[in-house]
Design a protein. Structure first.
Lengths: 297, 443, 341
């Protein structure tokens, strides 16, 4: 009852219920207030990205004037073109898809496996290992790039894509996340039932854990992909522009004593667009989790 | 239903495995490509004996824009040049340091900014080729060479541009404030001391046009003043003397007058708001090194055309500039040295000046420099070349230290900023800078 | 496959541990085999599977994790015990606890710790609450639900540099939109970057903007797994929507809420990107009086700008120690609370 928004959507819920659909929260249609609140959130969320696009459609000089431009100008395609060419975004996009894609698949897969083991299986040192995993998240990683580079260099891998792929193949974040999710979402009885049926652990993972974990896997995939795509510090240290990811390539924009802000913004926009595509792809998977349950239930 | 879900699951898994393996394979496959073609990978893989030279910069050099790479590649068909840019200097230098010490991954030529040159000289000298034997050192200004020379006389970097100082001012605003607008007259008014420039500011503020200030910020005055001191943060023997240095004290006092007297627009340089200040004409003057000319022209835009002018600075001083060094780890030392030599040669420096007003560190071309006609017109026909070369020739040799840049930041962005924007007293600002510098030096 | 069986089992999973202790850690697997009859190869295989599979499941994670995350981190621990500069990695002299003692007596360190705490609180608390509410709304049956979800995550995907530019303009002292609004409301302009609380507020607002949708999505995923009939039985008991949210949704989300609290706390401690870019030139100082210099930023300043790798590493590990202390206090408190109940 604290916020009017909750009270109101509650009212909306009641009217829906009378139509005979089950009483659970997730089945309810959203009321108009929900849409209003979501729209406000959406506008705030989108504003900087939209402004990036506006800035990318202007001239650099126009951006310095006050008030800043609030609507699109006519230079968008010219700026996008020059950002694309100057930064060599073709190769960079290709590389970034490989890097972020590999990291995402690996993180989601291994995090789900480890998260499942931590959440539902009993083994020696499991508590200790979990604490170690969470504990290492507490140490900021920025300085570790120095020893990491020295090591990668010893392996002879400077400027090569695996230097940015390997260190991100798994994250403590992902494992902790999946563990917390599965603790709640995966009833022990379900596993037990499968065991009684004589299912092996691999079968259980395949037929019980993965389906149950699907929404979380989708979210983890989404977050990981964005993280890998936008990761900045280590790729810049480890790569150069002869074999760059998108973030590394974008660094070649804005050179000279007077950086062209409009082209920089165009580059930022180009670097973000593929992510929106990935969003839609993964976002559907979160829906998929619900739909599946709904159909069968 | 069930089977279709299973199938989609299996498809997903297949796709995942495929992605993982191709990713790792592609990562490794790139490898072998690189070994063949990349400069750091070495070898003349592409068959025709073509050598790829990479040059690592933080983006301000303008060689590409001035067409120098293309020109060199035309002169040397067996050479191909690639530039690796890291625009954030606070990432660029740690990156170079790490790579130098790792002994791999460095570019064939690395740019070194003036703020890092002493650290490079003191700690990385063995990682750079001694260029002293390769070039005629007398081409460069003595103080420029001195900055890149180790104690035992090794030259680790060739001078690129320098930043001789002038004062850029808005004629229209000066006139409205009842000040002279003639550049020689103004130069005469403040000749000899930046505090005289500040005095002109006091005069300006008496009749300042509404909404304008005399100068963009107190730290720009400090920066200009301290850049011409014969000694600032370190003495010749490498001792930290910033709090005893007469040059720092004088510059600080001038900045304090600015900070406490309402003549500053209180902007932070290179902020978006600073850019807006140029566009809106909210300050009437700024201490401008040569490379800032293009910046002002761009940021002020059409609204400032013909209104800006340039006068000689109160005292010669330098802000910025860089060097090109050749790491010993390069596989193409001979070619890299030749390219670095060529890029920093007087004729090439003159070409870069023509393109973006980066001022050469080689005095022999000072008489031949030609700024772009547009730029000269933009600054009311000011004799840019003459003003900046006069300044360049009289800049004193100033000993630098390994932590010069952080100390400078501590004074500007902590000490002065506190007084200017937070209303602290100059004494409090000085103490804050002192504490900051202690922290910088790890004391 | 998932839903019906989960519904059967929901009563078990609804009984959760108290916050603070890792929920479910004590429960482990129920499916510890029930070997039927004689020891056949099948049951032996089965037992072997039971024993080995957990290790098989965690080992890919730990092998990769140890090699590429843990070892470099341990290196920084080594650095923290040495005098070592970024420019001279080979010249390490043993420092013992010098770097830590230096921090202990440094005003900058304590100031950064204070800032980290205040910025952490004013950014994390509203952010998580808003995320929970947002997830709740997103969990309704929405028209174009994918679009809404995607939109909420755009701040996380937007280029940080572009976003900071927008916020810098919004918060600029002279002519920024926020001050312009304040002016309309009859307030004087605020120097958002240099004032003490103003700058912390501004930095927090960027953090909140950037991470709310991120956390909302994490909550949303967990909400997908709450069995429908929990709500049904609650409704039969006469619980209204708010009570359902409080007594069904929130308890069910407890492990995930714990997760976001832990991750956000860690994130707040290590915060440095947003304030660094917000600060512009010399952003690593976090303002002229370090008024919004967080521990993460102080570490960045020491390590990357000043190049004092030993001291920077000591800051990094101090952050670890501080978080350990917080975790320990938290554990003690929850134990005490549970006993007193």
């Amino acid at each position: 009852m604290t916020t009017s928004e909750l009270t109101l959507s509650q009212g909306a819920g009641r009217t829906r219920r009378s139509r005979g659909r089950g009483g659970a929260g997730k089945q309810l249609h959203a009321g108009p207030v929900t849409y209003v609140v979501l729209t406000v959130f959406a506008l705030v969320s989108l504003a900087p990205l939209v402004w990036t696009a506006i800035a990318a459609s202007r001239t650099s000089h126009r951006l310095d004037e006050t008030p800043p431009p609030l609507w699109f100008g006519g230079n968008l395609f010219r700026n996008l073109q020059s950002a694309w060419d100057q930064a060599g975004l073709g190769t960079a996009m290709f590389n970034s898809v490989i890097v972020a894609g590999t990291i995402t698949v690996s993180t989601v897969l291994f995090s789900t496996l480890a998260g499942f083991a931590f959440a539902k299986l009993r083994f020696r040192f499991s508590g200790l290992l979990l604490l170690l995993t969470i504990g290492t998240m507490m140490i900021p990683p920025q300085l570790a790039v120095v020893p990491l580079y020295l090591w990668m260099s010893d392996l002879g891998w400077s400027n090569q894509l695996q230097t940015v792929i390997l260190p991100s193949l798994v994250t403590a974040f992902g494992t902790f996340f999946m563990r917390q999710y599965l603790v709640q979402a995966l009833p022990a009885e379900l596993i037990e039932a499968a065991r009684v049926d004589g299912a092996s652990s691999v079968r259980i993972v395949w037929h019980v854990v993965f389906p149950a974990a699907r929404p979380a896997m989708a979210v983890l995939g989404l977050l990981t992909f964005v993280f890998a795509w936008n990761d900045f510090l280590w790729p810049i240290i480890a790569l150069n522009q002869q074999n760059p990811t998108v973030q590394v390539a974008l660094n070649s924009l804005g050179t000279g004593y007077v950086p062209d802000q409009a082209v920089i913004m165009a580059g930022a926009l180009l670097g973000t667009l593929p992510l929106l595509l990935a969003f839609v792809l993964f976002g559907k998977q979160i829906v998929g989790g619900i739909m599946q349950g709904a159909i069968k239930g | 239903m069930r089977t279709s879900i299973r199938r989609s699951q299996r498809l997903m898994a297949l796709a995942a495995v495929a992605a993982l393996t191709t990713g790792l394979l592609a990562g490794c496959a790139k490898d072998s490509d690189d070994d063949a073609s990349d400069g750091s990978g070495g070898g003349n893989g592409s068959g025709k004996g073509k050598i790829t030279l990479t040059i690592g910069t933080f983006g301000v050099f303008g060689y590409k824009q001035a067409g120098l790479y293309d020109e060199y590649m035309k002169l040397h068909p067996d050479i191909s040049i690639k530039e690796n840019v890291t625009t954030r200097t606070d990432v660029y230098w740690p990156k170079v340091l790490t790579r130098l010490q790792a002994g791999s991954g460095t570019d064939d030529i690395e740019a070194i900014e003036i703020g890092n040159i002493t650290e490079a000289v003191q700690t990385q000298a063995d990682k750079f080729v001694d260029l002293g034997k390769e070039v005629d050192k007398s081409q460069w200004l003595d103080w420029k060479n001195a900055q890149a020379t180790t104690k035992d006389g090794k030259l680790i970097g060739l001078g690129t541009d320098i930043g001789p100082m002038a004062v850029c001012y808005r004629k229209d605003l000066f006139q409205q404030a009842g000040l002279p607008t003639d550049r020689t007259e103004l130069a005469q008014m403040w000749k000899g001391d930046w505090s005289k420039y500040v005095d002109v500011g006091k005069q300006y503020m008496k009749k300042a046009p509404k909404g304008t200030k005399f100068v963009d910020s107190a730290s720009s005055v400090y920066n200009a003043a301290v850049g011409g001191a014969s000694e600032r943060y370190y003495d010749k023997d490498g001792n930290v003397v910033w709090d005893r240095s007469a040059g720092v004290k004088k510059a600080w006092d001038a900045a304090m007058t600015v900070a406490t007297s309402d003549m500053s627009a209180k902007l932070k340089q290179f902020d978006p708001t600073w850019d807006q200040g140029f566009a809106n004409g909210t300050f009437a003057s700024v201490a401008c090194p040569a490379w800032m000319i293009g910046y002002i022209e761009q940021k002020s835009g059409d609204s400032g055309k013909g209104k800006w002018d340039v006068a000689a600075a109160p005292a010669a001083s330098n802000w910025g500039g860089s060097f090109l060094g050749v790491p010993t780890a390069t596989r193409h030392q001979k070619e890299a040295v030749a390219l670095a030599k060529w890029l920093t040669a007087p004729e090439q420096q003159a070409k870069v000046f023509a393109k973006q007003a980066s001022f050469p560190s080689t005095p022999s071309v000072y008489t031949k420099l030609k700024p772009q006609a547009d730029t000269t017109a933009y600054f009311s026909g000011a004799p840019l070349t003459q003003i900046f070369s006069d300044s360049a020739k009289t800049i004193p040799s100033q000993p630098l230290g390994a932590k010069d840049k952080p100390i400078d930041n501590a004074i500007s962005d902590v000490g002065i900023l506190q007084v200017e924007q937070k209303g602290k007293s100059p004494a409090q600002g000085w103490d804050a800078a002192r504490n900051e510098i202690k922290d910088v030096l790890g004391q | 496959m998932t839903r019906p069986k989960q519904a059967l089992a929901h009563s078990a999973s609804s009984a959760e541990a108290a916050p603070g202790t890792p929920p479910g850690a004590a429960r482990g697997a129920r499916g510890r085999g029930t070997p039927a009859g004689a020891v056949s190869w099948r049951s032996r295989l089965y037992r072997w599977d039971m024993k080995a599979s957990p290790y098989a499941f965690v080992s890919p994670f730990f092998v990769l994790f140890a090699a590429f995350t843990l070892v470099p981190l341990l290196y920084t621990a080594w650095y923290s015990l040495h005098h070592v500069q970024l420019s001279a990695l080979d010249h390490q002299t043993w420092a013992g606890l010098d770097n830590y003692r230096n921090l202990w007596s440094s005003d900058f360190f304590w100031n950064a710790l204070r800032n980290t705490l205040t910025i952490g609180v004013i950014s994390t608390v509203p952010q998580l609450l808003a995320a929970l509410g947002l997830a709740h709304l997103l969990n309704y049956r929405l028209r174009g639900s994918t679009v809404w979800r995607v939109v909420m995550l755009t701040p996380y995907a937007t280029s940080v540099a572009a976003a900071t530019l927008v916020f810098t303009l919004l918060y600029s002292w002279d002519g920024g939109m926020v001050n312009w609004l304040l002016h309309f409301l009859g307030f004087g302009p605020v120097n958002w970057r240099e004032s003490d609380w103003g700058s912390q507020f501004a930095v927090s607002s960027i953090v909140i903007w950037r991470w709310t949708g991120y956390n909302a999505l994490i909550y949303l995923a967990a909400m997908q797994a709450i069995p429908t009939d929990l709500y049904e039985s609650a409704a039969i008991d006469g619980a209204n929507r708010w009570q359902q949210f409080r007594h069904v949704t929130v308890p069910q989300l407890r492990p995930t809420i714990l997760f976001t609290v832990v991750v956000s706390t860690i994130g707040a401690t290590q915060l440095f990107g947003e304030p660094l870019l917000f600060g512009g030139v010399s952003g690593s100082k976090g303002g002229s009086e370090h008024q919004y210099q967080t521990l993460g930023l102080y570490m960045y300043d020491q390590g990357w700008i000043i190049g004092n790798l030993g001291k920077a590493s000591a800051i990094a590990w101090s952050m670890f120690l501080i978080l350990l202390v917080i975790a320990a206090i938290n554990l003690l408190l929850t134990r005490r609370l549970r006993k007193s109940r």
